[in-house]
Design a protein around this ligand. Structure first.
Ligand SMILES: [Zn+2]
Length: 218
């Protein structure tokens, strides 16, 4: 049976198995050997450290898995830096080095897919904002809606002209693709194309985040 160690870290109480603390941490191995004195608060060993950071330390000690601080596509460098200082304090050399060498940058693989959407629009393209762009995107990829871990970036749009099908009867839904029927084919000017006034050009990045197992300490 593993002994339970009661800790009070910066005012927050933790219960931890003794071997969890002593296996990796020189600090705790020394402390629990009685090699240096400590203060007790309500039967708990007081440690003057940040309890939030200690929570991360403890998660690492329990599962030997490096911490991932990654939010909105960015690593949280300041959190890593705080944790590095704590790792040094608690004598966790491998964790400290892992952060110091920024090895966390290797555990997240971001796949970037470029997709272009070309959509003919009848009036001013500059009026197309991101919202309608997303609408176009979803329409273009229906029935394959965007997965939750995909983030879209709006990159660019440009205006130009393009030869498009012209319905001789002026039926709007016959434009863009040739949807003319027999009635249209009887018209004199059937078969003509015209230069469309503008064309929106959108390029997207679809980001997919993949986590590799390099978080596990080897
Ligand atoms: Zn037509």
């Amino acid at each position: 049976m593993d002994d339970i160690v009661k800790l009070n870290v910066g005012g927050r109480e933790f219960l931890v198995g003794q071997s969890t603390l002593t296996l990796k941490s020189l600090y705790f191995a020394t402390l629990l050997n009685g090699d240096f004195s400590h203060q007790l608060i309500n039967d708990h060993i007081f440690i003057d450290a940040d309890p939030d950071m200690f929570g991360h330390i403890l998660r690492y000690l329990r599962r030997l898995e490096y911490p991932l601080f990654y939010k909105n596509g960015e690593f949280e460098y300041s959190v890593y830096d705080q944790l590095r200082v704590e790792a040094e304090f608690f004598g966790l050399e491998r964790l400290e080095k892992w952060i110091w060498n920024k090895e966390f940058q290797n555990v997240v693989v971001v796949e970037r897919h470029t997709r272009e959407i070309l959509e003919f629009v009848d009036d001013d393209v500059t009026r197309l904002e991101l919202g309608s762009f997303l609408e176009l995107y979803n329409k273009a990829h229906d029935p394959d809606p965007l997965p939750a871990n995909v983030k879209l970036e709006f990159l660019s749009q440009k205006a130009g002209t393009k030869a498009v099908w012209q319905c001789p009867r002026g039926i709007v839904v016959h434009h863009t693709a040739n949807r003319c029927g027999r009635q249209c084919q009887k018209c004199d000017n059937y078969g003509e194309t015209r230069a469309a006034p503008c064309m929106a050009h959108y390029r997207t990045f679809a980001k997919t985040i993949v986590f590799f197992d390099r978080l596990k300490e080897k």
